[in-house]
Design a binder for this molecule. Sequence first.
Ligand SMILES: [Zn+2]
Length: 270
Amino acid sequence: MSSAETIANLVLDRLDISRVDDLLLLKEIVYARGAILREHPLEGAEACLLVGPGRPIITVSSSPLISHHRRRFSIAHELGHLEMHRGTGLLINCTKGDIQDMPNDTGVDTEQEANQFASAFLLPARFVEKPFVENEPSFDIISEWAMRLDTSLTATSFRFTRFTPEPVAVVYSVRGNIQYFQPSEGFAELGVFPDVKNPVGSNTDARRLFNGMDIKGEWREVRALEWFRDNRDAFDKTDVIREWSIHMPSYEAVLSLLWVHKPLGEIDDW
Ligand SMILES: [Zn+2]
């Protein structure tokens, strides 16, 4: 467990959060942790934390361009700075680039720590671990919890990979190119990698969505080689995996769940 996750759990314990609904009250949570939450126009930042002589102040941008979920994530990110880094500076300004709901475990950068805190705080293990372990992977279970916890589908999907025992990866593609992926532990052991920085395969649902086609929101079988970099040791040419893709037009993005539902590389047919 990362230290950010441990601290997020501790803070949730101190706040005595045992019901999902309690997590929706971020303003009250910030106050209960000794700070004040404000919404203001901010220049060059999405959120900031000011620790002065009085109560620390978390300010989140009031820009209408920022989505409700993004704003919640930014508040939790600043709360993370308050809980973990308050000794390191009086003013922390966080830009759009600093606040990322895509996990990145490399390094000990304070921005990454604040992001890990936000994810663990808004999607706590105490609520999501059991349903994410017990249920088969699907956007149904992910969107159900995104709705209940008032978080984005993207942040919830990435969090899903942390708990599912199935070999699943979440892939985020923008304008037709794979930008980022996050594997579950079971997926990471397979030695297959979505082809980051390259176009999504031409026979994938992700490609169909980028091409403006309508597809059914459900699992579909697709050749593994449509998604993975050539790796003859890890899979065969005819191997299939499951793909479920969802269009996020406001980000020009597609979010895909990939599920290796049966073993790869058993026939060696290259
Ligand atoms: Zn930050």
